[in-house]
Structure formats: structure tokens, C-alpha cells
Ligand binder design. Structure first.
Ligand code: CMX
Length: 463
């Protein structure tokens, strides 16, 4: 009852977004132990899927054309991911909730405005909106699991500061496999029906350790290896992360809460989520699987685009100076296209409208930093790029994606190290990847192994 009242009051606050009726919101039960909640949910959902498959196992969901096979499998419906679904026009829905709905429904810290990533993780895993107490329990659990194995600390210290932060990040994650509970249990012959429990343990350890790994990468690379502060077990994941990074600004911590929530999940087919799912299907443990995912996120067409955007904006400022006109900006965009490279932060393989993750970062900026020169430039770019991409006629989606905005927000608070930005994306992406791979094991999904054909083979099919 107290929860219903709290949610009703959250929903009653004025908002420009349409929100779900209270009766359609699924609230979590009282238990603050996420693993216990999962232990109840897993058999229930296994039954649902079993019944569905026995009825519809042979029902067709789509078809595959030759162009789809050569075209990066765009549009092929070939994966099941429980945590989120991406609508081309509307954008991401986490377990059915849009970003504005999550912003209204998910818990914040006392006195804060931004939803906590812990709450989103609970939602991704269970489909339920958690209570403040449940979110606090997750914060506590992650804080208690945050210590790194000594060999990982040593390894990070020994990396040259010239090694890209994403390479350091993924290598350190992979090295945590040393202590994988799933790997250990598998070696001891644990039964398949409880694989998910060991994936859960590794996933919770991994998520808990990521801010520590990421903070060490940051401080070793940019701050002369200065030490990180200890974890405060009474604080949330993002608070501890920003503290360890060396930031002391409550507003920056709020930004990171927003950032870590919105970058978490984007259904199953994107490179990082798909890589994690694929590698884990071989029963590689969560560390190996997520390390592989991070190597995919580090590509410039995926997560590295947030770094590329800032490099591109810097180039723009150097080329145009301070007193540029809209026409100067248009010329700069055209020159980018004519030189044969993409405009980073624009376009998407699925989305066909402005990414709502872009929009909510823009709303944050409008409230917190409307006069910031970087934000003004990003806004001006938003005004000119879509028309130019449409005129060029190649990109299927001329609108900005999540990466077009994130860098200028970080820069505003003093985080100017562009090469580091994708690591923040990676910390967040763990929430979606881990929630999904726990469910993959709970549903007993097998080794992923689609069929491929050669061009010769394909041609023969149509003779
Ligand atoms: N600038 C210039 N050209 C672009 C473009 C952009 N932002 N987006 C797409 N195009 C081009 C493609 O390069 C492609 O050209 P070719 O036919 O010469 O190869 C053509 O338009 C068609 O591409 P598409 O079908 O619209 O886009 P894809 O699904 O193949 O690729 C994406 C999607 C995101 C890789 C692409 O839009 C892009 O490269 N964007 C810039 C990089 C970026 O912002 N990536 C981040 C995406 C979000 C994330 O994962 O983090």
C-alpha cells in the first residue's frame, strides 16, 4: 500500500510526457532479496515459454531475403531478448516502459531527481518496478562486492597509459574470470537447471566491480595513477563511481545516474548485447562474455561514437572558430560527408526518429547548462545535420542517437578525456547484458549457431 501511494504521488507530479495508468504498472513484491525474487520468477516464466513454444514452435515470424544476409542481418527477427524492445519510431522500452515513464516510476536518491541504475537493473531482470528499499538493497550488495582481485589491480597498474581505456577495461573484465563462480560450478558438474544462479552471482559481482575497474583505468591513464577512495557501503553505485573517479559534484553524480541508466540496454541485436549473448551461449562465463561485448562496444560505429562525436565537435570549433554561422556549420557537415566518413552520433540501424536517449540528455542540459558552449554547438548541429543527411539520401535515419549528446555533458563537469567516454557506456551496458544472459541461462537457451551460406551456394539455390 505504501508503495502504491509513493508511486501514485510520483505519477501525480506534473510532466509533459504521457504516463501509464497506475493500474498497468507492475510493482515488485516486498522481498528486498533480488535472487529470491528471481528464484520465484524463473519457474513461472519457464512454464510460460514452454507452453508458448509448444503452441507456436513452428509458427513463422518473418522471412529472410538475400539483401538481409549481405546487409548485416538488418530486420531479421532471429533473437529473443526479454529485457527491452526497440521501436523504430518511439525508441527503447525497458520491460515495456519508455524512458520518460522510467524517469517517473523508478526510485531516486532522497532529494535527487534522476532514476537510479540499480532500479533499472531490477526492472530489466524482473519486469517489476522496485521499491526504494529494494533499490537500496541492490546498492548495498554491489558496494559489498566491489573489491577487485589483486592481480587485476596489478594488471591495470602495469598497462601503459597509451593503451586505449576500452582495451584496458575489457582486458581487466576478462581477467576477473579467474574467480568466476559459474566456471567453478561448471567444472564441478553443476546441473543445467541451476546455471542461472551461478550466472546471477557472477553478474552481480561483475556489475559491482565495474566502477572500480573503470575508476582505476581513469586514474591510471589520466591522473598519474593516483589512488581511488574506498567504497562507501551506504551509498549508491553511481555515487561511489563518481567519487572513485575523483569528482565531488552532486550534479555530476546525478548526470552519471541518468547516463548509466539510459545506456544500459537497447534490445538484443546491437553489437555489444548480441556479442555477450553469443559468447555466453558457449557457456563462457559472464566475465568472458562481457569482455567480448566490450570489444564490440569499442568500435566507432557503436559505442566509440561518443568519443568520435567530441573529436568531430573539436574539429568543428578549430575549423570555424567562435563566430560561426549556420551556413559555416552546414559547410563543415558537407565537408565531413564529402571526405567519405560518417557524421558521428547520427543514424541508427533500427531507430527512425530522434533517439529518446538523446532527448532526455538534452532535457538535462536545458535545465542544468543551457548556456554551455558545447551544448549550444550540439543543439546547432541538431538543427542542420538531419536535413543534410536527408539531402545526401544515404542514411536511412538522419536523426541523432545517444552518442550525439553524451560527451558535452561530461565535458561540462570537467571530464574532458574523450578516449574515456566509451568506458562509461560500457559500465552501463553491463546492466542490460547481464540481465539478459541470466535469463538466457534460466530459459536454457542453447549454443547460438545460425546457418551461413557462400555466394556460390546462394546462387545455386535460385538456378
Ligand atoms: N553519416 C554519414 N553517412 C551515414 C550516417 C551518418 N551518420 N549514417 C548512415 N550513413 C550511411 C552509411 O554509412 C551507409 O553508407 P554506404 O551505403 O556508403 O555504406 C548508408 O548511409 C546506409 O546506412 P544505414 O542503413 O542508414 O545505416 P546502418 O544501419 O548501416 O548503420 C550506423 C547504422 C549507426 C552504424 C550508422 O548510422 C553510422 O555509421 N552512424 C554514425 C556512427 C554512430 O553514431 N554510431 C553510434 C550508433 C549508436 C550506438 O551504437 O552507440
Amino acid at each position: 500500500m505504501a508503495l502504491m501511494k509513493a508511486i501514485a504521488s510520483r505519477l501525480a507530479q506534473p510532466t509533459k510526457h504521457v504516463l501509464p495508468a497506475l493500474s498497468t504498472v507492475r510493482f515488485a513484491s516486498d522481498s528486498t532479496n533480488l535472487k529470491d525474487v528471481m528464484a520465484n520468477l524463473v519457474p513461472e516464466f519457464q512454464k510460460t515459454v514452454k507452453e508458448f513454444r509448444s503452441k507456436h514452435g513452428n509458427t513463422k515470424v518473418g522471412e529472410v531475403t538475400v539483401d538481409m544476409m549481405y546487409g548485416g542481418m538488418r530486420g531479421i527477427k532471429g533473437l529473443v531478448t526479454e529485457t527491452s524492445v526497440l521501436d523504430p519510431d518511439e525508441g527503447i522500452r525497458f520491460r515495456g516502459y519508455s524512458i520518460p515513464e522510467c524517469q517517473k516510476l523508478l526510485p531516486t536518491v532522497a532529494g535527487g531527481k534522476e532514476m537510479l541504475p540499480e532500479g533499472l537493473f531490477w526492472l530489466l531482470l524482473t519486469g517489476d518496478i522496485p521499491t526504494d528499499a529494494q533499490v537500496k538493497a541492490v546498492s548495498k550488495e554491489w558496494a559489498n562486492r566491489a573489491d577487485l582481485p589483486a592481480h587485476v589491480v596489478t594488471m591495470l597498474k602495469n598497462f601503459p597509459s597509451t593503451l586505449h581505456p576500452m582495451a584496458q577495461f575489457s582486458a581487466a573484465i576478462t581477467a576477473c574470470n579467474h574467480d568466476s563462480k559459474f566456471k567453478q560450478a561448471y567444472t564441478e558438474g553443476v546441473r543445467k537447471n541451476v546455471y542461472w544462479e551461478y550466472f546471477y552471482e557472477d553478474a552481480m559481482d561483475l556489475i559491482a566491480k565495474l566502477p572500480t575497474i573503470a575508476a582505476l583505468v581513469y586514474r591510471n591513464t589520466y591522473k598519474n595513477s593516483s589512488s581511488i577512495c574506498p567504497i562507501d557501503t551506504d551509498k549508491d553505485w553511481s555515487f561511489n563511481f563518481t567519487k572513485m573517479l575523483g569528482y565531488d559534484d552532486a550534479q555530476f553524480t546525478e548526470l552519471i545516474r541518468l547516463y548509466l541508466t539510459i545506456h544500459s540496454d537497447h534490445e538484443g541485436g546491437n553489437v555489444s548485447a548480441h556479442t555477450c549473448h553469443l559468447v555466453a551461449s558457449a557457456l563462457s562465463d559472464p566475465y568472458l562474455s562481457f569482455g567480448a561485448a566490450m570489444n564490440g562496444l569499442a568500435g566507432p560505429l557503436h559505442g566509440l561514437a561518443n568519443q568520435e562525436v567530441l573529436v568531430w565537435l573539436d574539429g568543428c570549433v578549430s575549423a570555424l572558430g567562435d563566430n560561426w554561422t549556420e551556413q559555416d556549420l552546414k559547410n563543415y557537415v558537407w565537408n565531413t560527408l564529402k571526405s567519405g566518413v560518417v557524421v558521428p552520433g547520427y543514424g541508427h540501424a533500427v531507430l527512425r526518429k530522434t533517439d529518446p536517449r538523446y532527448t532526455c540528455q538534452r532535457e538535462f542540459a536545458l535545465e542544468q547548462m543551457p548556456e554551455d558552449p558545447g551544448f549550444k554547438l550540439v543543439s546547432a548541429v541538431y538543427k542542420v545535420v538531419p536535413d543534410i543527411l536527408l539531402e545526401q539520401g544515404k542514411a536511412k535515419n538522419p536523426w541523432p542517437n545517444v552518442d550525439a549528446h553524451s560527451g558535452v555533458l561530461l565535458q561540462h563537469y570537467g571530464m574532458t578525456e574523450r578516449n574515456y567516454y566509451t568506458v562509461l557506456f560500457g559500465v552501463s551496458r553491463a546492466l542490460g547484458c547481464m540481465a539478459s544472459c541470466i535469463w538466457d541461462r534460466a530459459l536454457g537457451l542453447p549454443l547460438e549457431r545460425p546457418k551461413s551460406l557462400s555466394t556460390e551456394h546462394l546462387m545455386k539455390m535460385f538456378k
